[in-house]
Design a protein around this ligand. Structure first.
Ligand code: NAP
Length: 528
């Protein structure tokens, strides 16, 4: 009997396996892809790149690994991150316990045996004491049900399911549907090759320049010289990496000083912009000052005023949909070969065999790129038939939105853990920091159970309800719920509108999780 089944061999699943092995526990990982890397295995679209800096976005669990691995750029591109994932898999000999090309379809709790039975699309039926979901928050790719969606006769791609061979767009007419992070990264590169790109935009996004560059060797040396401290600060920070945080309100500083601060941050690039003032994500008035700054930037870059206007976000606060980080996104709309089409006013009517139809006009294309996102945070979990005590189905338990204790565990589902699940900081943080924290917590918990000869651990309903309420309350002290974002489930028709991640901050959240463990797993029922 295995101690654990781990679902997914992305960064979470790989590290989970490594930790369990270190405890002398047995585990098998099931992975739908043919290789490791999760997000970085699937998202191979042109321009795919991390929006967290390379020195931050990497494992910290091995001093040798973090010292020896060399990143080449400030923000790593997908092929390099995938090489890193493969290096980790080889270095720690992970592959022998990973079954690739196998999708988990069911996880059923056997009340009498006190075990999970995990079923796969390959016919496996594997019992294990624990089931650990390392299924990722943005892994369930979605193509909206456009009328005629499957009638298109040309090539079509989803950014999150990109082919493993390079796709050549030279001389082709390409439709890109969506303007989220994936579109914003890929459009400039597709436009360099294509004869024409038609961008179908429903909601414009706020995007920061990346100012990507080769990694400064001096910076690399300095970080590596103090990596332990650098990582400690990241773990205790709000978002899992250290960024210069001001203690001021945007409304208490003079206008010129505020503009200067925004300009400095724009020139620095990246996600640190929202940390410019304490109230950018809590006060609409403060947020408006930053949003105005962005709109002016867009208008200064994009020559055609009508196109610039269409690219300006106006009806939701900056940062409440995930801020994007780009290279040449707005400038790409200065190309004669790029056309922006507003599908807010007139939604896409149909995909036809030869193109995309909007407001009675057909845009004839050779290729369609669906950059239409994911059923975030819950999609990958609910795609699996998960049944806990008394045959309770997770899909039913979560009808009104996800309910977890600490984003890690679910009442009624003993010995089941979710890594970076809904109700934890996950998508609002540097994912690797959050992954390592969850994996370490779960591994420590399993070691505790073994040491105390305990067979099961299960969140109590009371602790779960209190946590759900806390997550909700903290979320609603911010501006986040004002945007129809995937954080809110708003991108999936019919999905409950609940702010899913925990916004209390990575450092504070870690403290709470550690306190729970220190108090003998407060809020959990432990069974012999
Ligand atoms: P996304 O942010 O959900 O964007 C999907 C896009 O498709 C949106 O513009 C959306 O419009 C549009 N769309 C969806 N349904 C549509 C419809 N029926 N008609 C027209 N347009 C439609 O997905 P994503 O770009 O793949 O990014 C998802 C997340 O992954 C990001 O927020 C980020 O956290 C992560 N990511 C990170 C990076 C990075 O590290 N640099 C890169 C890529 C992705 P609406 O906005 O109107 O819904």
């Amino acid at each position: 009997m295995l101690d654990a089944v781990i679902v997914g061999a992305g960064f979470a699943g790989m590290y989970m396996l490594h930790r369990l092995r270190g405890l002398g526990l047995t585990a098998r990982v099931f992975e739908a892809g043919t290789g490791v890397g999760g997000t970085w295995y699937w998202n191979r679209y042109p321009g795919a790149r991390c929006d967290v800096e390379s020195m931050d976005y990497s494992y910290s669990f091995s001093e040798e690994l973090q010292q020896e691995w060399r990143w080449t750029e400030r923000y790593s591109a997908q092929p390099e991150i995938l090489r890193y994932a493969n290096h980790v898999a080889d270095r720690f000999d992970l592959r022998r316990d990973i079954q690739f090309g196998t999708r988990v379809t069911a996880a059923i709790w056997d009340e009498r045996a006190g075990t999970w039975t995990v079923g796969t699309d390959r016919g496996d039926s594997v019992p294990a004491r624990f089931c650990i979901m390392a299924t990722g928050c943005l892994s369930d790719a979605q193509v909206p049900a456009f009328p005629g969606r499957d009638s298109f006769a040309g090539r079509s791609f989803h950014t999150g399911r990109w082919p493993h061979e390079p796709v050549d767009f030279t001389g082709r007419r390409v439709a890109v549907i969506g303007t989220g992070s994936s579109a914003i990264q890929s459009i400039p590169l597709i436009a360099r090759q294509a004869a024409h790109v038609f961008v179908f935009q429903r909601t414009p996004n706020y995007s920061m320049p990346a100012h990507n560059a080769p990694l400064d060797p001096e910076y690399e040396r300095s970080v590596k010289g103090r990596y332990a401290e650098f990582r400690r600060q990241a773990r205790e920070s709000r978002v899992g990496f250290v960024t210069e945080r001001s203690g001021d309100s945007a409304m208490t500083v003079p206008d010129e000083a505020r503009e200067r601060e925004y300009e400095t941050r724009w020139n620095r690039g990246g996600l640190g912009f929202s940390a410019a003032y304490t109230d950018l994500l809590t006060s609409r008035e403060a947020n408006d000052t930053a949003a105005r700054f962005f709109r002016e930037k867009i208008r200064a870059i994009v020559r055609d005023p009508a196109v610039a206007d269409l690219l300006c976000p106006k009806d939701y606060p900056l940062g409440t949909k995930r801020l994007c980080v780009d290279t040449d996104y707005y400038a790409t709309f200065n190309r004669d070969s790029v056309t922006l089409i507003d599908v807010r006013k007139d939604p896409i009517e149909a995909i036809t065999p030869t193109g995309v139809r909007v407001a009675g006009v057909e845009y004839a294309v050779d290729d369609i790129v669906f950059a239409t996102g994911f059923d975030a945070m819950t999609g990958a979990l609910l795609d699996i038939d998960i049944r806990g005590r008394a045959d309770r189905r997770l899909a039913v338990e979560w009808t009104g939105g996800p309910r977890t204790y600490l984003g890690l565990a679910i009442a009624g589902f003993p010995n089941l853990f979710a890594i970076t699940g809904p109700g934890s900081p996950s998508v609002l943080s540097n994912m690797i920091v959050s992954i390592e924290q969850h994996v370490d917590w779960i591994a420590d918990c399993m070691a505790y159970l073994r040491a105390h000869r305990l067979a099961t651990i299960e969140a109590t309903s009371a602790a779960q309800e209190a946590w759900v309420q806390h997550v909700n309350e903290v979320g609603h002290t911010t501006l986040y719920p004002l945007a129809p974002s995937w954080y809110m489930g708003a991108n999936i028709p019919g999905k409950p509108r609940v702010f899913m991640p925990y916004i209390g901050g990575v450092g504070l959240y870690r403290q709470k999780c550690d306190e729970v463990a220190a108090k003998g797993y407060e809020g959990f029922a432990l069974g012999a």
